[in-house]
Design a protein around this ligand. Structure first.
Ligand code: EPZ
Length: 421
C-alpha cells in the first residue's frame, strides 16, 4: 500500500487550481441515467470515487468514455439495473443510482451501502421518500429491491432530517415522475443546487432551487436530454488548502474557487486571525503568526461544513488557547483525534465535542488515515510537525483529493508518495 512521507517545516507559496467537486460530480453522473442520449461532463476531479461510479455505469451497460476531467456518457444502451455489492461497498455514494434507475426503468436492485467509518449512515429517508412516490421497496439479501411498475407518482415529501443524498435521489426520481413532487426540508448544498440546475436545464420545471423547499414537475417517464455540465469547484478541497496556508503560516492563492460556497470556512479562519483577498474566482489567504482558538459546530449548508471539521481541528491544534469543536452530523467523525494526538496534539473528547488545547509544537510520527477528510487533516498537521511523518492507508485520501501531493509539492511542501517495502 502507498503512504505519504512528509517532512514538516516548509513554508508554502504560490498558487494552485482547485478541481471539480467530487460531491457534485457523483450525483450528476448518476443523473445521466435519466437520459437515453449522450451527456458530456467536464471539470471532473481525477479521483477514485469518480472512476468507481463510472465503472458502475459501464457495468450496467452504459457507454462511458472518460479521460481525466471529461466524460461522455450514453445510457441509451443500459441493459442491467443491478448495482452490485462489489461496487457499492467500494463507494456508498453508489446509492445515488437508486432514484434514477427506478425512475427510468421502473425497477432496480441496489446493494445496501455498507457501514462507513464516520457513522452508520442509513438510507431510510431515501427509501421512505421513494415509497411515498409509489415505489414498492423490499430489503432482501443485502439489496434494495425497488419496483414502480406504473412509474413514480409526484408526492409531497417532508424529510425528518436534512439529507444531501436523500434529497438528490428524490430530485432525480421526481424528474421523471408523473405529476408534481414537493420536497420540504430539502438539502441546499451547492452540489444539490448544481444537480437541480442540470435537471432544470434539461427542461424539467423546478422551483425553489437553493432553498429548503423544492417543487419538481416530472416528465411522466420521458427521458431527459441534458446539456453539457461543467462541474462546480470543490469547496471542501478549497477549504482544505486554505487550512494548509493557515497552519503553515503561508500566503497562498487558490484559483477556480467559488467564494460564496466557502463563506463559513473563510469566516472561521478570519476569526482565527487570517485575512483574505478575494478576486473573481480566486482567493489568497494572508495567515497570522498567532492563531486564535475557534469554536465550531458542524451543521448543514450554509453553516460550517462537517467535511471541514477534521481539517479545522488540525489548524486549531496550534492555536493559542482552547478550541471547542462539536460534530452534529455524524456520530463517529473524530477518528483523526487519536492520530493527531500521536503527533503531539492535546485533544480531549467529551461526547460529540472535542476540546482542542493548543500546543506549540508537533512532532513527526507514523499515523494512519481512517477516512477521507481525516486523512487530509493528518497531512495538514504533518506539514508543520518537526521531522518526518508517514501517513498510511492513503487510499482514503485518493477517493476525494485530486493530486494532493502534487498540489502541495507545487506550493513548496516536502511531500512524496512512497510504496510500503
Ligand atoms: C453527503 O453525504 C456527502 N457525500 C458527505 O461528504 C457529507 O459529509 C454529507 O453529505 C453531509 O454534508 C456526498 O455528497 C457523496 P446526508 P450523505 O444524507 O448524502 C443521516 C465527504 O467527505 N441520514 O446528508 O450520505 C446520516 O446518517 C463525504 O466527501 C439518515 O439518518 O449525507 C447523517 O447523520 C463524507 N438517514 C446525516 O443524515 C438517511 O436516509 C446527514 O447525512 C440519510 C441520512
Amino acid at each position: 500500500m502507498d503512504y505519504l512521507e512528509i517532512v514538516g517545516g516548509q513554508k508554502l507559496s504560490g498558487h494552485i487550481t482547485i478541481s471539480g467537486a467530487k460531491n457534485a460530480a457523483l450525483p450528476i453522473i448518476a443523473a445521466t441515467i435519466l437520459s437515453d442520449k449522450e451527456v458530456t461532463l467536464t471539470n471532473l476531479p481525477n479521483v477514485v470515487d469518480i472512476r468507481t461510479l463510472l465503472k458502475l455505469l459501464s457495468m450496467l451497460g452504459s457507454s462511458v468514455e472518460h479521460d481525466n476531467t471529461v466524460a461522455h456518457i450514453n445510457n441509451g444502451c443500459m441493459r442491467s439495473t443491478k448495482a452490485v455489492y462489489e461496487i457499492v461497498s467500494e463507494m456508498r455514494a453508489s446509492i445515488l443510482v437508486l432514484g434514477p434507475l427506478l425512475a427510468r426503468f421502473g425497477e432496480c436492485e441496489v446493494s445496501l451501502p455498507g457501514g462507513c467509518a464516520i457513522g452508520q449512515r442509513p438510507i431510510d429517508l431515501h427509501l421512505k421518500a421513494l415509497e411515498s412516490m409509489g415505489a414498492q421497496i423490499e430489503i432482501k439479501g443485502g439489496y434494495v429491491h425497488a419496483i414502480a411498475p406504473k412509474g413514480l407518482q409526484g408526492a409531497k415529501i417532508i424529510f425528518d432530517k436534512i439529507t444531501v443524498g436523500g434529497t438528490e435521489n428524490t430530485v432525480m426520481a421526481a424528474a421523471l415522475a408523473h405529476g408534481v413532487t414537493t420536497i420540504l426540508n430539502a438539502a441546499k448544498e451547492p452540489e444539490v443546487v448544481q444537480l437541480c440546475e442540470m435537471i432544470r436545464d434539461a427542461g424539467v420545471k423546478i422551483e425553489g432551487i437553493g432553498t429548503n423547499e423544492l417543487t419538481i414537475e416530472g416528465t411522466g417517464g420521458k427521458p431527459l436530454d441534458f446539456q453539457t455540465v461543467a462541474i462546480i469547484p470543490d469547496r471542501i478541497e478549497a477549504g482544505t488548502y486554505l487550512c494548509a496556508g493557515a497552519i503553515t503560516n503561508s500566503s497562498i492563492t487558490l484559483n477556480n474557487v467559488n467564494h460564496g460556497h466557502i463563506r463559513a470556512s473563510i469566516d472561521k479562519l478570519e476569526s482565527m486571525g487570517c485575512r483574505f483577498d478575494l478576486e473573481d474566482n480566486s482567493i489568497t489567504i494572508h495567515p497570522t503568526e498567532h492563531l486564535k482558538p475557534v469554536d465550531l459546530i458542524t451543521i448543514e449548508y450554509p453553516g460550517f461544513p462537517t467535511d471541514m471539521q477534521a481539517q479545522f481541528m488540525a489548524v486549531a491544534v496550534l492555536a493559542q488557547g482552547e478550541s471547542l469543536i462539536e460534530e452534529r452530523l455524524f456520530e463517529n467523525r473524530f477518528m483523526h483525534v487519536s492520530e493527531l494526538n500521536r503527533l503531539g496534539a492535546n485533544i480531549w473528547l467529551k461526547g460529540s465535542t472535542a476540546a482542542v488545547k493548543g500546543v506549540k509544537e508537533l512532532y513527526g510520527a507514523d499515523v494512519m488515515a481512517t477516512d477521507l477528510r481525516a486523512s487530509s487533516a493528518l497531512v495538514l498537521a504533518a506539514l508543520v510537525a518537526q521531522g518526518t511523518t508517514k501517513v498510511r492507508r492513503i487510499y482514503h485520501l485518493d477517493r476525494g483529493y485530486d493530486d494532493l501531493e502534487g498540489k502541495l509539492s507545487a506550493l513548496g511542501a516536502n511531500i512524496s508518495r512512497k510504496k510500503e517495502a
